[in-house]
Ligand binder design. Structure first.
Ligand code: GLN
Length: 306
C-alpha cells in the first residue's frame, strides 16, 4: 500500500469540507483556531508514519483523551480484577456527549466511557490508581507517542474550568449516587487537564498504535491483553463519535474517537492507526472534513472492519 499517495488523495477530497464545519466556540481558547486547517497521519503497525497537510501541528485532543484514559485504567488493573465496568456501561448513548438525561434513570451509571459522564468516572478511577490522573495521562501519552515535548495547554484547561458548569453538574450528580471515589473538584480538574493536552496527528496516530497491534506497544512489550484492545476498539466503534456513532460506522466502518478540538483517531486492527484533524465540527461535535477523510480512506483502500 502506498500510504503517502492514498493520503494525498484523501486530503484533496476532504479538505474542501473543512469550511462546512463550525469551530467549537464553548471556550475562547478553541474558538481562535482557523477552520481551514487540515492534516492526516497514518502509523502502520511496524512504526512507519506518513502524513500530509497540518499533520505535525499540535491541537487540543479534548475527548480523544478518553480513549487513552480508558486504556491506561485497563492497563493498570486488567479488567477481570477491576470494577470499572460496574461503574460505567458500554452501550451507545444516543444523546449528546455532555448530556445529563440518562443518569437519573440509570442510578448515576453513565452509558459508556466516551461520553463526558463516563470519562469522568474513568478519570476518577485513574486518580485512585495513580494519585495524579492528568500527570499520569501526560506521561503515558509522551511515552506512547515517543514525543517528550507533549504538554498541557494551560489556557484551555483554565477556560474549561471557567465554563465547566455542565461537567461539574455531571460529576456532582454521579457523586450523589456514590459513583465517584474522589472529591468532585479534583475529578473535574484532572479531566479538564487531560482534555487540554496538545498533540499532532502524528503524535496521536503513533500513540494509538497499541490499538492496531492488539495491545502491543511499538517495542513489542504488552500494554493490554488482546481482548482488552478489542474491547476498547468495540466501544470506539459503537460509542466513539457520540450520538453519530451509527452514522459513522455506516460511512467509515472503523473504531474511532473524536474530540471537539477537531481531531479523530481511527483504528484498522492488524494494519494501522490514523488520525485526522480539521477543526470545523458538525452539530454533534465531530470534524466534518475529518469524517469525510476517513470515509474516503476506507472507500479507497477497502479497509473498513466490515
Ligand atoms: N472538554 C470537552 C468537554 O468536556 C470535551 C468534549 C469533547 O471533546 N466532545 O465538554
Amino acid at each position: 500500500m502506498d500510504y503517502q499517495a492514498v493520503l494525498e488523495e484523501v486530503a484533496a477530497h476532504a479538505r474542501p469540507y473543512a469550511r462546512q464545519g463550525r469551530v467549537a466556540d464553548y471556550i475562547p481558547a478553541l474558538e481562535r483556531v482557523s477552520s481551514d486547517r487540515f492534516g492526516i497521519a497514518v502509523a502502520d503497525i511496524h512504526g512507519e508514519v506518513y502524513g500530509v497537510g497540518d499533520w505535525e501541528t499540535p491541537f487540543s485532543v479534548q475527548s480523544i483523551s478518553k480513549t487513552f484514559s480508558l486504556a491506561l485504567v485497563m492497563s493498570q488493573s486488567h479488567d477481570g480484577h477491576d470494577d470499572i465496568w460496574r461503574r460505567v456501561g458500554r452501550e451507545p448513548s444516543g444523546t449528546p456527549f455532555n448530556s445529563l438525561v440518562q443518569l437519573e434513570a440509570e442510578n448515576g451509571i453513565p452509558r459508556n466511557p466516551f461520553i463526558n459522564a463516563g470519562a469522568l468516572v474513568v478519570t476518577d478511577r485513574l486518580q485512585t490508581l495513580t494519585g495524579d490522573a492528568s500527570t499520569s495521562m501526560l506521561h503515558f501519552l509522551r511515552e506512547e507517542s515517543g514525543n517528550p515535548d507533549l504538554a498541557f495547554d494551560q489556557a484551555v484547561a483554565d477556560s474549561e474550568a471557567e465554563h465547566g458548569d455542565r461537567n461539574a453538574a455531571l460529576a456532582h450528580f454521579m457523586a450523589s449516587f456514590g459513583n465517584l471515589e474522589n472529591p468532585v473538584p479534583s475529578v473535574i480538574e484532572h479531566y479538564f487537564w487531560q482534555c487540554s493536552i496538545e498533540m499532532s496527528c502524528r503524535d496521536l496516530a503513533v500513540a494509538g498504535g497499541f490499538l492496531a497491534r492488539h495491545g502491543l506497544r511499538a517495542d513489542g512489550s504488552r500494554l493490554l491483553e488482546a481482548r482488552e484492545a478489542k474491547r476498547i476498539n468495540a466501544v470506539m466503534l459503537t460509542c466513539g463519535t457520540y450520538d453519530a456513532a451509527g452514522e459513522f460506522a455506516y460511512r467509515v466502518g472503523l473504531p474511532a474517537k473524536s474530540g471537539v478540538g477537531g481531531g479523530i483517531i481511527a483504528v484498522i486492527p492488524g494494519r494501522c492507526t490514523l488520525c485526522v484533524w480539521s477543526p470545523g465540527l458538525d452539530a454533534r461535535g465531530n470534524s466534518v472534513a475529518g469524517a469525510a477523510a476517513l470515509d474516503h480512506f476506507t472507500t479507497l483502500t477497502g479497509w473498513s472492519v466490515f
